[in-house]
Design a protein. Structure first.
Length: 318
């Protein structure tokens, strides 16, 4: 087990809910934290930008009230995801809001920025950075990130192509800090497997799309339930960055999933132009075969915890 910064050291169950573009709102974040896992959302989900402060007030005040009522079982910390790509013109404002409300964990994506890490560290937050390969992992730590989120093959949305075994073992050769694994994790046994490989936490996103608290259409949620890994398409067409998407949504948009053109990576935009793509073209990971119904976040986390304990028991009896 790595030496963990304070916000992560007090997490009782080793799961972080991945920030879901458009889908994650305070309703889902609060439900995740109350269930005992890190809840997160992209700052860009708050539109207009003034809404971010309203949402941070809602999250912090609601969780504080919950903690007072449940001192024996306080809520898990929450995280805000910051897209640090140059196209995000809101980054300075959004980081100022995170500092004002002392967001415990900052998740950075699409670039590593020393200035962003410095702001977070100044008020005491931990910074986790998304990476898809060992080279970018080194750069992220060199620029001041506290931990890494290894986005392996099979993850939803923007995802890498490396096997989780390869990615985790390469990183663990030199890095002993907080390490999170993302990619097709949808069961409690998979959470335990992530730890067995060397990760401290599992990063779960797609499963939470099919929850009652998620801001996703009913059609999207049902597609998560109905589809499996054969329905996932890997392409860079929609944002310029390779990612995994549900084939039915691509077909509904009038495109052929088996014959998609390539996008120009230089035209990436994450400040708003890609919103329609994420709304109409549904991001999703390969682990959805384990998702059989739409349920509450509390029910989903309870299932993960039960499966996790069962998996540990099976190992002990082997």
């Amino acid at each position: 087990m790595s030496k963990l910064p304070e916000p992560l050291a007090r997490l009782a169950f080793p799961v972080i809910g991945a920030p879901l573009f458009i889908i994650s709102t305070p309703k889902l974040v609060i439900a995740q934290c109350m269930a005992g896992i890190v809840g997160s959302m992209p700052a860009l989900n708050a539109r207009p930008e003034a809404q971010l402060e309203e949402w941070l007030i809602e999250i912090t005040e609601t969780l504080a009230t919950y903690d007072k009522a449940h001192p024996e079982r306080p809520a898990a910390p929450f995280a805000i995801n910051q897209i640090v790509h140059k196209s995000n013109t809101r980054l300075e404002h959004d980081m100022a809001m995170c500092a004002k409300y002392k967001v415990p964990i900052i998740i950075t994506s699409l670039g590593a920025r020393e200035d962003v890490n410095a702001i977070a560290h100044e008020y005491g937050a931990a910074v986790l950075h998304d990476i898809t390969n060992n080279l970018h992992a080194h750069k992220a730590i060199e620029k001041g990130a506290d931990g890494l989120i290894a986005v392996a093959a099979g993850a939803g949305g923007h995802a890498g192509i490396k096997s989780p075994f390869a990615l985790i073992q390469e990183i663990r050769l030199w890095f002993d800090g907080p390490l999170v694994l993302s990619g097709s994790i949808a069961t409690g046994s998979a959470v335990l497997a992530a730890q067995a490989m060397g990760a401290d936490f599992a990063y779960i996103g797609s499963s939470f799309i099919a929850t009652e608290e998620a801001r996703a259409s009913e059609a999207y949620k049902q597609a998560i339930v109905d589809c499996d890994s054969d329905d996932i398409v890997y392409t860079n067409l929609f944002t310029g960055v390779p990612g995994n998407y549900l084939a039915p949504s691509i077909i509904a948009a009038g495109l052929d999933p088996s014959n998609l053109p390539q996008s120009d990576p230089d035209k990436m935009n994450f400040g708003g132009a890609s919103t329609k793509a994420w709304k109409d073209i549904w991001g999703c990971g390969q682990g959805i075969g384990a998702i059989t119904r739409v349920q509450s976040t509390a029910e989903l986390v309870a299932r993960l915890k039960s499966e996790y304990e069962q998996a540990k028991s099976r190992l002990l009896t082997c």
